[in-house]
Design a binder for this molecule. Structure first.
Ligand SMILES: C[S@@+](CC[C@H](N)C(=O)[O-])C[C@H]1O[C@@H](n2cnc3c(N)ncnc32)[C@H](O)[C@@H]1O
Length: 82
């Protein structure tokens, strides 16, 4: 399905690749976000403990971006996959 949103730009990037994330922000001169929204969830395995750890890792990645890039009074929402 294609949705025409003229003011929306999308990039694909592995959030666990910290250097890749930094490069993406630098290349596109992204300094701040007013909203950070994450619906990331790990690919599940048959091991619930491993899935929970992978989910926590993704949340920590998002929190790093929030700490570094969320503007004052900005908002963030993320999914906690359990
Ligand atoms: C529940 S789906 C979200 C679907 C999305 N909201 C949509 O409507 O298409 C979880 C998403 O997390 C993404 N994801 C998982 N690990 C990721 C990572 N390390 N970096 C970026 N995205 C990741 C997956 O690619 C998947 O698209």
């Amino acid at each position: 399905m294609e949705i025409d949103l003229p003011d929306v730009v999308t990039y694909l990037q592995d959030a666990t690749d910290q250097e890749g994330m930094q490069r993406l922000f630098d290349q596109h001169q992204i300094k701040q976000f007013d909203l950070i929204l994450s619906d990331m969830a790990p690919d599940t395995t048959s091991n619930a403990n491993l899935d929970a750890l992978k989910s926590i890792d993704l949340i920590e990645r998002v929190m790093r971006i929030v700490d570094a890039y969320l503007m004052p009074a900005g908002q963030f929402v993320f999914k906690v996959f359990m």
